[in-house]
Design a protein around this ligand. Structure first.
Ligand SMILES: [Zn+2]
Length: 190
């Protein structure tokens, strides 16, 4: 999970998010079983309009596991705080709540949410503060030098997003074996 700076909210969202949030919250309050369908703006679903902004923001990486490049069909919009939980009904169309995510991360997270979950665009976030990259196993680990609070946040984030899924680590292993400097990848010093 790499840090990125949250870009400015697209104008059409700035103008409509508050109204759309209210509409969604009203619908869910009336009918808790209501399913979420993105509203339309000028004849186009809002998610289709938002995706290019979100992909640009995380430079075509999954905002969480860094999968790159995101293929068409593997580029979803994740609601960081789940839109189906009453506390977060009003976050369904909030710019700061929306991230571009791969199918793996979207499925792993589903409606799971913890206030310990880390956001890649938090101003005080950096990968090194919370995590370590294990160059031998290609897994993401908790930084043992982080404070206990930060270690808990890192552990929760790895667990909820299931960062160390086999497709990801195997892909990185292969990429690494093809790299020129193999010593970097194996962690061995010559
Ligand atoms: Zn991902």
């Amino acid at each position: 999970m790499k840090y990125f700076k949250r870009q400015e909210e697209p104008e059409f969202l700035q103008q409509n998010a508050a109204r759309w949030n209210q509409q969604w919250a009203a619908l869910k309050s009336r009918n808790p079983g209501a399913t979420f369908n993105w509203y339309q703006y000028k004849g186009q679903p809002v998610n289709q309009l938002l995706l290019p902004f979100l992909k640009l923001q995380s430079q075509n990486h999954c905002a969480y596991c860094d999968a790159f490049p995101l293929q068409i069909g593997d580029d979803t919009i994740d609601h960081f705080c789940p839109k189906s939980v009453p506390d977060y009904f009003m976050e369904a169309y909030s710019w700061r709540n929306l991230y571009c995510a791969c199918n793996h991360c979207q499925t792993a997270k589903m409606e799971s949410f913890s206030t310990d979950l880390l956001r890649p665009d938090a101003p005080d976030y950096s990968f090194e503060r919370y995590f370590l990259y294990n160059y031998a196993s290609h897994e993401i680990e908790v930084n043992p030098n982080a404070s206990l609070t930060d270690q808990n946040k890192a552990e929760t984030t790895i667990r909820i997003f299931q960062f160390n899924y086999p497709e990801r680590t195997n892909h990185l292993k292969k990429a690494c074996l093809g790299a020129l400097d193999k010593t970097i990848c194996t962690g061995e010093r010559t």
